[in-house]
Design a protein around this ligand. Structure first.
Ligand code: MRU
Length: 339
């Protein structure tokens, strides 16, 4: 099977959590060992680890480390605020907190963190199967950002579907947006797919609509950072433009995310907090100033795609076709109805 696991995104060991430093990929494959909750919080905010599910799993292990230092009264606020949009972070903290408050040793906490880690991996494989079932033979797909093994416990959400679809011989060609300003597509998605010998063609985001116009894309497949109760999807900035362009060109749009990314407390996308990062990420590239001196930059790092632009949401519990309903319903079996 594809996913030989040529790398681990995160790995627990007795001393702490080992994270693959994603800022250094693809040039260097460097692991950092984190031993404190403060280091975990910084690793999330500085994007050593990124991607909604991976952030959630990292936070769960971070709470084990935090218990070692501070005991059951550990303050979780800095961790909770490390990044605001990916709801998996908040979900994982809320799942761990009741155990933390009554913990006398780290055993139960560590068991729960391992369970969260394993459940996420299983969810990815299940979504891979469910999503690939929706693909016809010989399709070309376009993905955005990195929603792969690097963004999860392994295998990936959008890239999980692409891996399974590729293994089944259904995918002809994978296109990936380079994804400014962090270049998750060019640095991470391309690297990760090539580890599995899946060929990938990169393009600048601005070229995506033009590629669609040429009839070169059958499906856009992305992950999500948070899905509201009405099916609106927050994901990496640029996802909304892709969805608009896909709609105009009659191209199907698949969002792949575990149920841990669904936030029923947000009625719609307007209630999702969108992270803004430093303007330096746009004004500079690899530490070098690229913008004219004196220019300013606007750097929202996620956007919201309204449910009416989404053809299907794939979760590990089933697929939601045309999620544009007052409240999304998850069917346990994919229906045969065409998308
Ligand atoms: O800023 P990032 O790199 O954390 O953003 C990640 C994304 O937007 C992913 O598409 C999303 O988290 C889904 S990951 C399975």
């Amino acid at each position: 099977m594809i996913d030989k696991r040529s790398f681990e995104t995160l790995e627990w060991c007795d001393e702490g959590l080992r994270l693959l430093d994603q800022r250094q990929l693809p040039e260097k494959k460097v692991y950092v060992l984190l031993k404190t909750i403060a280091e975990i919080t910084t690793a999330i905010s500085d994007m050593i680890v990124r991607g909604a599910p991976a952030i959630g799993v990292t936070a769960a292990y971070g709470i084990v480390l935090g218990f070692r230092e501070h005991g059951a009264k550990l303050d979780l606020t800095p961790l909770y605020n490390a990044r605001p949009t990916a709801v998996n972070l908040h979900w994982a903290i809320e799942r761990m907190e009741p155990l933390l408050r009554q913990a006398e040793s780290e055993d139960a906490l560590l068991k729960e963190a391992i369970r969260i880690h394993e459940e996420d991996l299983m969810a990815n494989h299940r979504m891979g199967d469910l999503g690939a079932e929706l693909l016809d033979e010989g399709v070309n797909v376009l993905t955005h950002c990195n929603a792969g093994a690097l963004a999860t416990s392994g295998y990936g959400t959008a890239l999980g579907v692409i891996r399974t679809g590729f293994a089944q011989g259904k995918i002809n060609r994978v296109y990936a947006d380079e994804t400014r300003p962090w270049m998750q597509g060019a640095r991470l998605t391309a690297w990760e797919l090539l580890q599995d010998n899946i060929s990938v063609t990169l393009l600048v985001e601005g070229a995506a609509a033009w590629l669609m116009k040429q009839g070169k894309i059958d499906w856009v497949i992305t992950g999500a950072d948070r899905i509201a109760a009405n099916g609106d999807v927050a994901n990496k900035i640029g996802t909304y433009s892709l969805a608009l362009a896909a709609k105009v060109h009659g191209i199907k749009f698949m969002v792949v995310a575990p149920t841990t990314t669904i936030d029923l407390n947000c009625q719609n996308g307007d209630q999702i907090e969108i992270e803004s990062r430093s303007e330096d990420e746009i004004l500079n590239f690899n530490g070098l100033r690229i913008a004219a001196e004196g220019s300013k930059a606007w750097n929202p790092v996620f956007d919201v795609t309204s449910a009416d632009l989404v053809s299907v949401i794939v979760t590990e519990k089933g697929v939601i076709k045309f999620p544009d309903t007052p409240e999304i319903l998850i069917s346990s079996k994919p229906s045969q109805e065409r998308i």
